[in-house]
Ligand binder design. Structure first.
Ligand code: SF4
Ligand code: SF4
Ligand code: SF4
Ligand code: FES
Length: 933
């Protein structure tokens, strides 16, 4: 089991005194003796002990003497008790430990010269420390290497059977993909069932392995540890913002490791509620895009501006930038600043996002700008800013871990934010948290939850209404918090008066009893947290749905109390930073409203420029509309790819083809860049300095770990040159210079790794405006943009896979090996059977928007009546089947869900089978053969 704190937020363990090497030490009763010893600064040799899970006690290294015991004891598994007298040193202990090392080494291959762990191997260190030279009875195990997994190789000749890989997978990650078996006379680690490993491929087992028994296929034999330069930086895939080490050799990324691999496992045993230091599959195995051959290396300019005839031609930077500047200046002079707009990805750093909006507003003079936070996160930000006066989640990882109840709504958290998911798992496992999961799929987190509620697709928001209604109906209301706002409470009661739990039960598919049970679990928990994501914020009424969650938290007293709050999960790493830096038409940096006079004055003064008119802004959808109408003539796109992201019904391509000038700045030739007049090669996060703000609000460092690929430049550098070319002196020589400016304008923003505590302030909202607006968000609910009917009975969800993040990860060969574009619709086996489908059948999927052919595969997590397609691949372009609606308050476009018809068209999908599919098919065949035999 994971490292169970003997002291929890609810139970304080007794303090005891014991003697260690003659020194009196205090400790919590029952804690591992090894922990107590190391808290004194003494490091006892150990190999199988690790700070993330409970001791296993197999290696025999951590021996100490305890008065009254005849033989030395293993200090990791011994528990501290009052009056213990412990000795940690002495020749007897040295010899006993040396014997243990000899035992391990006597069956070890000693192939250190070709072992990945050479120089970072605990067995090597122990042998050295104990001067082990005599291995007279050594014998080889001669076990063939297990190379069946796509990313990890298992060399069981090197295994010391410490169990760390199994323990981290089972106890910390709760995935449980590995096991010991006895094979060929030796204990070996294999995937469960001794098949090819099919797991989340996070590589935490590799990180904790003290020797080189588990190796990374992508970096094996490519380096000796001393050849690698290790740079600590922040992952740029999801909003968890994990700390990781990019290890490079000769300007190539060789491998990615995590603090879990490098933390001193004997001395640093902080509370794992802060994070265990691991990373996920994307962080560890998704690095190849950084130095991929597909990277853009030089600027490209389309000399003949006519599309598509004119060709993009390699052009020197100076000339390309001069062309950008001249054309932008020309368009501005001819049509005014309102003819220019910009879009930026939330994978840029804070400094770049800040500079982007400053360039657009203070230099070009337009407030037509937006970022990828518009795809959903802004629904959350706008709703909590409106209701609570805060602009991000208010809890941190530690609050999540220690919550007594967690309500997860519309989030497949283990896929989108795997490391935040590990905190939820720890809450379940260590703190026995009650977890309620509301989602239309049988997600991995639902399998671990006490209350998995699999709802009809699109009804997550309706379910939240049910919870609010149930709390009111059963008088689970917190008198203290609601007592201050009786009128608001009365208005909410009126608003839900006509809401029928029976109707909600019928529409969501969850019984009234279960809705009531979930409501009471949440309301009665002393510390309860809400986590919502795509199934709420990226669905129709996303903004209103967040406000309903705020209502739920308010009436149950879960706003502002320690360990309680309403939170969201960000999919792209810097969605929070994009909003904080003002890369949205409604916000200036620091989330000041763009129409706030005092804020406008402050920034206009600081930037030495008048700001565009308060009402002149345009968000993503408005920008595209204005491109289409011809009002916008030039678009500056930094890292965004609307052509590949948005459905065909929006006709983004036509909108962009109207432009006189499309500038794309990107590390890759995206679908949008293919339409551009000028393409500027941008660096990835690995080639630049800066910061990201993760979902907890922690500002985390991005450090340059290699030289830019080709002639690519950091985005901030290009923006600085562009501003200078347009006549404004941006005097930034480094991202640090931009940081200094942000620090002056937003004091306290750079908390560098420490979450800033935010307290929700709902009073102003509850006493002003709440009564007037609450009625409109209850009652009639739009579950989806399209309507379900007998012809289109399947709810098609387009969503994220664990192995990918947006489109960026599709440039990472490591992730494509694990999860290639399969072109298959995921369906429930029952539905497949009912429709007469097999995995060889191709199907036609038809929505109101159109129809596409694709393969099909069964997926246990998909419920009957639903189907799923990964959003990362446009093969076939599933997004084009999606109807689009735009949130009337926030402008967020909804296009991830459609009602569809599924019909078989042929029986040959074998060409679309992935290696995993084929492996599974083979395994099935084998199982069938076994059965027949
Ligand atoms: S890679 Fe991760 S999920 Fe897979 S076996 Fe190792 S620890 Fe478990
Ligand atoms: S593979 Fe590594 S971590 Fe797993 S039991 Fe063997 S030595 Fe320990
Ligand atoms: S993708 Fe997210 S969870 Fe995975 S390593 Fe990166 S930041 Fe961490
Ligand atoms: S560290 Fe205690 S037995 Fe291995």
């Amino acid at each position: 089991m994971a490292l169970k704190p003997v002291t929890t937020p609810d139970i304080e363990a007794a303090t005891v005194e014991l003697s260690i090497d003659g020194r009196t030490v205090t400790a919590k009763d029952g804690v591992s003796l090894y922990d107590v010893i190391s808290s004194t600064g003494k490091i006892v040799p150990a190999m199988c002990y690790h700070y993330t899970f409970d001791p296993f006690g197999s290696c025999g290294m951590c021996l100490v003497t305890v008065e009254g015991k005849k033989a030395p004891v293993r200090s990791c598994t011994a528990k501290a008790a009052a009056g213990m007298v412990v000795r940690t040193d002495g020749d007897d202990l040295f010899q006993a430990r040396k014997k243990a090392v000899e035992k391990h080494l006597s069956v070890h291959p000693l192939d250190c010269p070709v072992c990945d762990a050479d120089g970072h191997c605990e067995l090597q260190d122990m042998a050295f420390q104990h001067q082990v030279t005599n291995l007279a009875n050594a014998k080889q195990k001669l076990i063939p290497e297990d190379t069946r997994s796509p990313v990890l190789d298992f060399n069981m000749n090197r295994c010391i059977a410490c169990g760390e890989c199994i323990n981290v997978c089972k106890d910390v990650l709760m995935i449980d993909a590995l096991q010991f078996i006895k094979k060929g006379g030796f204990t070996q680690v294999v995937a469960k069932g001794d098949t090819a490993l099919a797991c989340e491929f996070c590589g935490d087992c590799l990180a904790v392995c003290p020797v080189g028994a588990i190796t990374n296929k992508y970096s094996k034999y490519l380096y000796k540890p001393w050849q690698l330069r290790k740079t600590t930086t922040t992952c740029n895939y999801c909003g968890d913002g994990c700390q990781m080490h990019l290890e490079t050799k000769d300007n190539e990324v060789v491998r990615v490791t995590s603090p879990l691999s490098w933390k001193n496992k004997w001395g640093d045993r902080g509370d794992t509620a802060q994070g265990h230091g691991g990373i996920c599959v994307r962080g560890r195995f998704g690095f190849q895009y950084i130095d991929s051959q597909a990277r853009l290396r030089q600027p490209l300019v389309r000399r003949d501006r006519k599309l598509p005839e004119g060709k993009l031609t390699e052009t020197p930077w100076l000339e390309a930038m001069q062309t950008v500047v001249d054309r932008l200046a020309e368009i501005k002079a001819k049509h005014g600043a309102q003819a220019i707009a910009g879009l930026i990805t939330a994978r840029c750093t804070n400094e770049e996002l800040y500079l982007f909006q400053k360039l657009m507003r203070a230099v070009i003079g337009t407030n037509q700008l937006d970022s990828s936070s518009r795809y959903g996160h802004l629904n959350f930000v706008r709703a909590v800013q409106h209701s609570l006066g805060v602009g991000r989640m208010t809890n941190d990882w530690e609050d999540i871990t220690k919550a007594k109840a967690i309500l997860l709504v519309g989030t497949n958290i283990t896929e989108t934010n795997p490391l935040t998911a590990v905190r939820v798992k720890e809450a379940i496992r260590v703190y026995k948290s009650q977890v309620i999961v509301v989602d239309s799929a049988q997600t991995n987190i639902a399998k671990l939850a006490s209350y998995p509620m699999v709802v009809t697709p699109g009804t997550e928001g309706l379910f939240v209404q049910g919870l609010v209604k149930s709390v009111i109906e059963h008088d689970l209301i917190d008198a203290e918090t609601t007592g201050k706002h009786p009128e608001a409470l009365a208005a909410l009661k009126r608003a839900v008066a006509d809401v029928s739990l029976e109707t909600i039960a019928a529409r969501t598919g969850i019984s009234v009893e279960l809705i009531n049970e979930a409501a009471s679990i949440f309301a009665e928990a002393p510390r309860a947290i809400i986590l919502c994501a795509e199934g709420v914020v990226r669905r129709p009424d996303g903004y209103q749905n967040v406000l309903k969650l705020v209502d739920l938290a308010w009436i149950t007293g879960k706003l502002g109390r320690p360990g309680c709050g309403v939170n969201t999960l960000t999919e792209e790493v810097n969605e929070q930073g994009a909003v904080d830096m003002g890369a949205a038409p409604e916000f200036l940096p620091g989330q000041a409203r763009f129409d706030d006079e005092a804020a406008r004055d402050k920034f206009a003064k600081a930037w030495g420029a008048a700001l565009p008119a308060a009402s002149s802004g345009a968000n993503l959808m408005e920008i595209l509309e204005r491109c289409r109408s011809g009002a916008i003539k030039a678009l500056y796109v930094v890292g965004e790819n609307p052509v590949a992201t948005l459905p065909a019904s929006l006709d983004v391509r036509t909108a962009l083809e109207q432009l006189e000038l499309l500038i794309c700045q990107d590390p890759f030739m995206t679908e949008t860049a293919q339409l551009a007049h000028i393409v500027l090669p941008a660096c990835t996060y690995a080639e630049k300095e800066g910061t990201f703000t993760n979902l907890e609000g922690k500002v985390l460092r991005v450090r340059q770990s290699m030289d830019p690929i080709g002639e690519s430049l950091p985005d901030w550098h290009v923006m600085t040159s562009l501003a200078s070319g347009l006549g404004s002196q941006f005097e930034y020589e480094s991202s640090q210079d931009i940081q200094s400016e942000i620090m002056k304008l937003l004091p306290g923003y750079y908390n560098l790794g420490e979450p800033r505590t935010l307290s929700p302030r709902p009073d102003a909202y509850l006493s002003n405006g709440y009564v007037a607006e609450v009625g409109s968000r209850y009652g009639v609910v739009r579950e989806a943009v399209s309507e379900r009917n007998d012809h289109r009975p399947f709810g098609l969800v387009m969503g994220q896979l664990l192995y990918h993040s947006g489109k960026l990860s599709t440039q990472a060969s490591g992730l494509l090996t694990i999860a290639p574009s399969a072109g298959r619709l995921h369906m429930n086996a029952q539905d497949m059977e009912r429709l007469g489908l097999t995995e060889e059948t191709r199907v036609r999927v038809t929505s109101e928007q159109g129809s596409l052919e694709m393969g099909v595969k069964d997926d246990l997590s998909v419920m009957p009546g639903s189907c799923f397609f990964p959003e990362h691949f446009n093969d076939p372009p599933i997004k084009d089947l999606m109807p689009v609606a735009v949130d009337s308050v926030t402008g967020v476009p909804y296009f991830k869900f459609a009602w569809v018809k599924i019909e078989p068209v042929s029986r040959d999908a074998s060409a679309h089978a992935t290696p995993q599919d084929k492996a599974r098919d083979k395994a099935r065949e084998k199982a069938k053969d076994k059965g027949r035999a």
